[in-house]
Write a protein that binds this ligand. Structure first.
Ligand SMILES: N[C@@H](CCC(=O)N[C@@H](CS)C(=O)NCC(=O)O)C(=O)O
Length: 225
């Protein structure tokens, strides 16, 4: 059975949604990143990057959320066409999310909520990049139903993981300045698979206090001598 090494944060949530969408059988192996479990030797033997998610599928390990989404799409023939122009569109938008939306959102969360110093330049830089990426998606979603075109795909599934954090990044207005994006996020969240993914997450307990132990676990390089 598929084993997803999991923490309820944006990148693993993409994969959990995909597993629920495809109907594949899976189990979750919790990795409590606030306690530093991503650095345990048993886990770095699975993901040398010491981050979640990682997935074991019939003895094969795949890490990085977007690689896992592609693997599962190819395995099941769902949410990404196997070839042709429509696959090219899925890849463009998947990688736009993977290399833009995801890391800029992550850095915005870091400088807004976790950085021990108040750094206005960094906050503004990442917030504005998140907003710029939202504008690009909002424009696209004014022209097409989903990011890659007419069909729901792994590009949308990848975006959902981080769009869930919009309120945490932007405050209570969330996605309201980007109505097409808000429509798309709401449409995914209303899917039964999203409800099942959220319920599966709720069934597990993780450390949530962002204290000194968590800071050392998440940003060990900041504490290196
Ligand atoms: N590019 C990777 C990024 C993975 C990533 O940053 N995961 C975060 C959770 S969303 C994590 O493991 N954080 C713990 C840490 O950095 O130590 C992916 O998409 O899977």
């Amino acid at each position: 059975m598929i084993n997803l090494h999991f923490h309820p944060s944006p990148n693993p949530m993409k994969v959990l949604l995909m597993l629920e969408e495809t109907g594949l059988e899976y189990r979750l192996s919790p990795v409590d990143t606030f306690k530093g479990e991503q650095h345990d030797a048993a886990f770095t033997a699975i993901n040398p990057n010491a981050k979640v998610p990682a997935l074991e599928d019939e003895g094969k390990v795949i890490f990085d959320s977007n690689a896992i989404l592609l693997h599962l799409a190819d395995k099941t023939g769902q949410f990404a066409p196997p070839a042709g122009e429509e696959r090219a569109d899925v890849l463009s938008w998947l990688f736009f999310v993977a290399t833009g939306v995801s890391p800029f959102s992550g850095q915005a969360v870091h400088f807004l909520h976790m950085c021990p110093e108040d750094l206005p330049y960094a906050k503004n830089r990442y917030l504005k990049e998140v907003e710029r990426h939202y504008c690009v998606m909002n424009k696209r979603l004014g022209e097409t139903e989903w990011l890659a075109g007419a069909d729901y795909s792994i590009a949308d599934i990848a975006a959902w993981g981080w769009l869930n954090a919009a309120g945490f990044i932007l405050g209570e207005t969330g996605l309201s300045a980007w109505p097409n994006l808000e429509r798309m996020h709401a449409a995914i969240s209303a899917r039964p698979a999203a409800a099942r993914a959220n319920a599966a997450k709720e069934g597990l307990t993780f450390k949530s206090d962002f204290d000194d132990e968590a800071a050392r676990a998440l940003f060990p390089q900041n504490f290196a001598k």
